[in-house]
Write a protein that binds this ligand. Structure first.
Ligand SMILES: Nc1ncnc2c1ncn2[C@@H]1O[C@H](COP(=O)(O)OP(=O)(O)O)[C@@H](O)[C@H]1O
Ligand SMILES: [Mg+2]
Length: 234
């Protein structure tokens, strides 16, 4: 079974001693393929830093990060680019859609950079936006834009889907809808989904809950439970 393993990952920003920030301190955990993981922490805890390292968008200062027996920390820029392109789907907090492309074109562009992508219109349909395919981002609500952003990540059919506060800009009802989409993606194709958030309500849905505070992992527990999306409100 494939896995994601972090061993003693640390991240220090800043070169000068007096302005250094230790954003991550000896972070260790293992996540199995197919897990729906919530990483919970307050603002400034190191969540985005951690997610960027998991997504191959930033380097750790020390430690090892291994995915499916590949040591990501030792990859050169070119191989890291292939890793990002082929393995990773990334959902940003503020969607980051191309404003001059329609919903469908935003999804198609992501599909075009991978070998075995899914059908763009089908994925847009699966997030309930087939009817909005030809609308531009500015013509869509926040929840709809986030659904396009999720479709753009899913269309690549990534084995690892990383989401940075995916419901941060959404109301509770729309947020739960988004979480359900992410959960279904994880379950339908045995995909690993990692969500970072400061919202403790979301942790009720996790197969594994990891808590981070001041750059350190303070809790890591596997949960066996029945997910009740309707009970999640914030
Ligand atoms: N590029 C950077 N340069 C210096 N410090 C940074 C940088 N990015 C983040 N930090 C600091 O690292 C810590 C963790 O930040 P971040 O990972 O963004 O936390 P979170 O996403 O949990 O809010 C914070 O103290 C933040 O100010
Ligand atoms: Mg953040």
């Amino acid at each position: 079974m494939s896995q994601l393993v972090l061993e003693n990952i640390s991240k220090i920003y800043g070169k000068e001693k007096d302005n250094q920030v230790v954003a991550l301190h000896d972070v260790c955990f293992t996540i199995d393929q197919g897990e729906f993981v919530v990483i919970l922490g307050e603002s400034g805890a190191g969540k985005s830093t951690l997610l960027n390292i998991l997504g191959g968008m930033d380097f750790a200062s020390s430690g090892q990060y291994v995915v499916d027996d590949v040591d990501v920390t030792s990859l050169n820029q070119k191989k890291l680019g292939v890793f990002r392109r082929e393995k990773i789907g990334f959902v940003f907090q503020f969607y980051n859609l191309m404003p001059n492309l329609t919903a469908l074109e935003n999804v198609k562009i992501a599909q075009s950079i991978v070998k075995d992508g899914l059908d763009a219109l089908e994925v847009l349909d699966s997030v309930g936006l087939k009817e909005r395919a030809n609308n531009f981002p500015s013509q869509l609500s926040g929840g709809e834009q986030q659904r396009v952003a999720i479709a753009r990540a899913i269309v690549k059919n990534p084995s690892l889907l990383l989401c940075d506060e995916p419901t941060g800009a959404l109301d509770s009802k729309t947020g739960v809808l988004i979480l359900k989409l992410l959960y279904d993606f994880s379950r339908s194709a045995n995909k690993t989904v990692i969500i970072v958030t400061h919202n403790s309500k979301i942790s009720e849905l996790a197969d594994r809950l990891i808590r981070i505070a001041d750059g350190k992992i303070v809790l890591n527990e596997k949960r066996d439970h029945k997910v009740e999306f309707d009970s999640v409100v914030w």
